[in-house]
Design a protein around this ligand. Structure first.
Ligand code: BG6
Length: 507
């Protein structure tokens, strides 16, 4: 059956009983995102009544020790603080720990026994969601082991389900993404695979479609006649933290650009879908990716920029350079900054550059899409003073909202013109913090709704675009570091825009 997009849904959904197994339960993602998301779902009564969560990881640990660690993690990272002790005391009883190596069949056999016991105790009815929050190298191995123990069911079995959430990056480049897909589909059907991109679960990302297609005033301007260019920024003030080892194998392009940034770009640039079904939306997103002009060798210098942070000041304190971070090669060539200049060769966007940048150790954390409009026609006012262009900024996070920069007359007898902003802020208007993306997505997977998960062709198309750049980077060494922690990135990224007579926005 065709899935409907969540925007098309009314009311709460029924989520079936199920056991959620998190592989990589002692990792960063579990502590920072998954467990706080589950706790908040429990707090809001959105978990199924019959629910159990099993953390699967290599370290020896008791259930009690795991619960205590998770309590610390939830207290620190939950979007709602302080921890509600009464919710926690009920929720923690649903959390269990299972120690095993990822490659030991006996560990999976013991998992099977544990899950069957939980089915009896918690009424989870044999339904399973497996969350692969591990390094990508373990994905196939874990699925093979689960399958061998009968823990993955036939995708057509309507009596119970087994679904797998796969963390990004899905593959390392185009070839490995195809290889991973081939490996996974030997054991899983496409409807059992949930490729997570948590940016799709963010409220403000979902609002891009509402903003564009539920308001008649903007869509008529949304094209190359009125738009000069678009800038998409995913900036983070944090560095690599404890993820040095992982990041050394990925870099910023694989970590953020190939997935999160491409999702934002496609939602911003797509045509209206025929309806709000998951496939109709994804079809339009894929068309955007297909229309992006492929990078040619001559573009690697003028339309691509990379950087790596050196020592500087970040989050108000002295910060070390990337090469001094834990588990990072002191001569590392891995990028912590990436910027692209893209063109979408279709009717709507012909000639409009899209500048996108993603980075660690920027002056602040901010994700936004900024649409810069063309100059107002004529010279009525611009003969006398410089007039700013209109800018529409969709603020994905933080301070979620939308702002429009317009020009206004300054009160008085003279006529100076000054830009002013019309602001809409989610938090102050709706009076609530939006739920975290992982809450939405975990819940969607438990409900069998894949609309906010990436489809295989989206993933492949995005890899197809950036794999040539990654290959070029492997051969061409850079002088790193080339920007200070806490600055807005390397000079080469500024030059990339300067060649078009433009500048990055000061956010
Ligand atoms: C993750 C990346 O996917 O997204 C991290 O692996 C990054 O490196 C994170 O910090 C950013 O997510 P958010 O929701 O904080 O913008």
């Amino acid at each position: 059956m065709e899935q409907t997009h969540p925007l098309d849904e009314g009311g709460d959904r029924n989520v079936d009983p199920c056991a959620l197994v998190i592989f990589g339960a002692t990792g960063d993602l579990t502590a920072r995102k998954l467990m706080p998301a589950l706790y908040n779902l429990a707090r809001e009564g959105q978990l199924p009544t019959n629910f159990a969560c099993v953390g699967f990881a290599r370290r020896e640990k008791t259930d009690e020790a795991f619960r205590e660690e998770m309590q610390g993690a939830v207290s620190e990272h939950s979007r709602v603080k302080p921890l509600d002790e009464s919710v926690w005391s009920g929720f923690k009883e649903q959390i269990h720990y299972h120690q095993s190596d990822f490659d030991k069949p006996e560990g999976y056999a013991a998992l099977k026994t544990k899950l069957e016991e939980l089915d009896q105790k918690c009424g989870t009815k044999g339904n399973r969601v497996y969350y692969l929050a591990t390094q990508p190298a373990h994905f196939t191995l874990i699925i093979e082991q689960l399958k061998a123990q009968g823990l993955i069911y036939d995708g057509n079995d309507s009596s119970k389900f087994s679904r797998v959430i796969i963390e990004k990056p899905f593959g390392h480049d185009l070839d490995s993404a195809h290889a991973l897909q081939k490996d996974l589909t030997q054991h899983l059907s496409e409807q059992q695979i949930y490729r997570i991109d948590h940016y799709l679960g963010k409220e403000t990302t979902q609002n891009i479609l509402v903003f564009r297609f539920a308001n008649s005033i903007f869509e008529s301007l949304w094209n190359n006649r009125y738009i000069d260019h678009v800038q998409i920024t995913v900036a983070e003030d944090i560095g690599i933290g404890t993820r040095g080892h992982l990041f050394e194998n990925q870099g910023l392009m694989r970590d953020i650009v190939q997935n999160h940034m491409m999702q934002l770009l496609t939602l911003m640039a797509m045509e209206p879908p025929v309806d709000l079904s998951a496939n109709a939306i994804r079809d339009e997103k894929v068309k955007v990716l297909e229309a992006i002009r492929p990078f040619q060798p001559e573009d690697f210098k003028r339309s691509v920029a990379r950087g790596q942070y050196g020592p500087g000041i970040a989050e108000g304190e002295k910060a070390c350079g990337y090469r001094e971070e834990k588990d990072v090669d002191p001569n590392s060539q891995v990028e912590t900054y990436a910027a692209l200049r893209l063109f979408i060769d279709n009717w709507r966007w012909d000639g409009v550059p899209f500048y996108i940048r993603g980075a660690k150790r920027m002056p602040k954390k901010v994700t936004e899409i900024a649409v810069q409009f063309k100059d107002a026609p004529g010279h009525l006012f611009s003969e006398h003073q410089a007039i700013d262009n209109n800018v529409l900024a969709l603020r994905i996070q933080p301070n979620e909202g939308i702002s429009l920069k317009i020009n206004s007359k300054v009160p008085g007898t003279a006529s100076p013109i000054q830009p002013v902003k019309m602001d809409f802020l989610y938090g102050s208007f709706f009076g609530m913090t939006p739920p975290d993306a992982y809450e939405r997505l975990i819940c969607d997977c438990m409900a069998g709704d894949a609309a906010l998960f990436a489809r295989e062709d989206e993933v492949f198309q995005s890899w197809k675009l950036i794999t040539p750049i990654l290959k070029y980077w492997e051969q061409e060494k850079m002088e790193f570091p080339n920007y200070a922690a806490g600055s807005w990135g390397p000079a080469i990224a500024d030059q990339m825009l300067a060649q078009d007579g433009r500048r990055w926005r000061i956010i």
